[in-house]
Design a protein around this ligand. Structure first.
Ligand code: HEM
Length: 473
């Protein structure tokens, strides 16, 4: 990829041209030996090159992630994990009272929160990364007791390995093989492989454990799913359809009747890692960027608080539903505006599998395109005052929106649009509701820029904050 022509698409209307002709742009990249080497072109979703397999995997994942019952269940679970998070925040608040506020690296907290949610929703296993993170002596000696047992040996390592896995795409795709073999690069390659192998081992153990759990349920004639509230997670959905089990008979995903091959545990591992890693870094980083911008724009924060108070009253424990979240138009506008001005996914790729015309220029088949979201999201042709932070532009009532929104790029588009978009928006909105309705967040250093690192996505490296209970006047 690095030694071939790559066309940068820097206007939203041209991006739409690509999205609207999905049959001409089925795959992301031209053939790439780096992606082949890490198996990314043979499994999962993002870079798989077998189109029939992509369709099969994608249908399965999309059906699961967009199911309204699943999204409702996800929201319930998000609130359960928040309750746990709040117990730690309360401990920190007590500690902070002695020395004018305890400093927290919020990026680690949100990552742990999101990992707990994602692993549970997708595999029904408890990781307890929040509990373990907060129980380390360096964090808080008050919380050392009662550390629950995690399905993973080290949730921290799991998060690190997932991030490394995401970063490996860019590294292997763009670093030619002979450079990867040079000293200095060789060590990096080895480190990627070690982390990838460790991640795969973790996921395979989870698959085996979940398979055993399903067997027990299937062998128990008395077991009634609906009574026991057993919700089919993504892994159970794959396993039961794949192994012809019965835990989840009513979700049929093999509609094409073309795909008769059973998925091996390797196939399932590849797909799970791909889907989970899609959310493990993007969503928590976006939350951190929203917290950063809200600290810098107090007037916007006030408007957000007004909307929250208006929607939920001042009841700190109100359990909300998806319909409640749908009412939060200003909250949504704040999230979009942060994503516009500081995109977590700042670019995307497509390859033409047929000759095509973009912006009046003809391109042969097998041309590589880079869709530059960062530039599109601040292009003067699409936005009024693109460098200003102004969530109002995303509100329908605002006159500022006349030129914008339509070309906003955050979750991609067309056939390959992000399948986790609905889940991500639920996570983002509910986190902001849960945090800001009860807590005040202050940045430790208001002059510090955002600390992020770009490797496939722009991930937040650190966000130091002080948190205290919100005071109502
Ligand atoms: C703020 C959060 C997120 C952002 C900004 C984001 C952004 C994106 C973007 C830009 C793409 C490429 C779409 C395209 O090519 O048109 C994508 C793909 C993908 N996303 Fe997300 N995403 C987020 C959250 C999630 C979550 C929560 C999940 C899973 C639960 C997820 C899973 C995936 C997967 C599996 C793909 C590959 C789809 C394919 O190639 O068919 N994402 N995402």
């Amino acid at each position: 990829m690095c030694n071939e022509r790559c066309i940068w698409v820097c206007r939203g209307d041209l991006c739409e041209t690509i999205y609207n002709k999905p049959n001409k742009f089925l795959l992301r990249t031209t053939p790439n030996n780096g992606l082949d080497e890490i198996n990314a072109t043979r499994e999962g979703l993002s870079f798989i090159r077998n189109w029939e397999l992509w369709k099969f995997n994608r249908r399965l994942v999309t059906k699961f992630l967009t199911n309204q019952k699943f999204l409702g269940y996800a929201l319930e679970h998000i609130q359960v994990v928040w309750e746990e998070m709040e117990t730690y925040l309360k401990e920190y608040e007590i500690l902070g009272n002695d020395n004018n506020g305890e400093i927290l690296d919020f990026s680690k907290w949100v990552s742990a929160w999101s990992t707990d949610i994602t692993l549970f929703l997708f595999t029904n296993q408890n990781v307890h990364s929040l509990a373990i993170y907060n129980s380390t002596p360096s964090q808080n000696s008050l919380l050392l007791q009662n550390i629950p047992k995690s399905i993973l040996k080290s949730p921290d390592a799991f998060i690190e390995n997932t991030t490394a896995y995401l970063g490996s795409w860019l590294f292997f795709a763009f670093t030619p093989k002979f450079i990867r073999m040079l000293s200095g690069f060789r060590e990096r390659v080895k480190s990627f492989y070690d982390k990838r192998n460790s991640l795969r081992r973790d996921i395979k153990e989870i698959i085996q454990k979940r398979r055993k759990e399903i067997e027990i349920v299937n062998n128990d004639d008395e077991y009634d799913n609906s009574q026991n509230g057993l919700y089919p997670d993504l892994l159970a959905t794959i396993l039961t359809t794949n192994d012809n089990g019965s835990i989840n008979k009513n979700i049929e995903y093999n509609e094409d009747n073309v795909h008769s091959k059973y998925m091996t545990d390797d196939d399932i591992t590849g797909l799970l890692i791909d889907v989970m890693s899609g959310g493990v870094e993007t969503t928590p980083s976006t939350i951190c960027y929203v917290v950063y911008f809200l600290a810098h724009y107090p007037a916007v924060r006030e408007c957000l608080l007004k909307e929250l108070d208006h929607t939920f009253g001042r009841s700190p424990d109100y359990k909300f539903e998806i319909e409640d979240l749908n009412k939060l138009k200003y909250c949504e506008a704040v999230i979009y505006e942060v994503m516009r001005i500081y995109s977590t996914a700042s670019s995307n790729y497509r390859m033409s599998n047929e000759p095509c015309e973009i912006g009046g220029y003809a391109f042969p088949k097998y041309t590589q395109f880079l869709l530059n979201y960062q530039v599109i999201n601040s292009h003067h042709a699409h936005w009024i005052n693109p460098n200003g932070f102004n969530p109002e532009r995303f509100l329908k009532s605002s006159i500022d929106s006349r030129k914008s929104n339509q070309y906003f790029q955050a979750f991609g588009g067309g056939l390959r649009v992000c399948p986790g978009k609905a889940l991500a928006m639920i996570q983002l909105k509910s986190f902001l509701v849960l945090l800001y309705r009860n807590w005040e967040v202050e940045l430790v250093d208001m002059n510090a820029p955002i600390k992020s690192h770009y490797a496939t996505t722009k991930s937040c490296q650190q966000l130091e904050v002080k948190i205290r209970k919100r005071k109502f006047v």
